[in-house]
Ligand binder design. Structure first.
Ligand SMILES: [Zn+2]
Ligand SMILES: [Zn+2]
Length: 89
């Protein structure tokens, strides 16, 4: 199993949902780049602690900023595609 498969599996886990929800609350429910409050996603700044992330390992970005960060088309990128791009290098 590749790291990417493992990461994709992690992204759909209950554990990640909780980690992500907490990170969004910590960010004040806003995108850390443009302050949007809709379609927030957690971006990994580091994969060092995958599965036991520290608050500083994550950055909250809205869908648009997140897609832009990864160089993906905003309209077309789906979750699966993003998981691939957001996977540990
Ligand atoms: Zn944004
Ligand atoms: Zn990301």
């Amino acid at each position: 199993m590749s790291v990417s498969d493992e990461y994709k599996r992690y992204l759909v886990s209950a554990q990640w949902q909780v980690t992500r929800a907490r990170a969004i609350i910590r960010a004040g429910g806003r995108c850390e780049r443009c302050a949007a409050t809709q379609q927030l996603e957690a971006h990994h700044l580091t994969y060092e602690r995958l599965g036991r992330e520290k608050p500083e390992d994550l950055e909250i970005l809205c869908r648009k900023c997140h897609r832009r960060y990864h160089g993906l088309p905003v309209a077309r990128a789906d979750m699966n595609q993003l998981a691939l791009f957001d996977a540990p290098a």
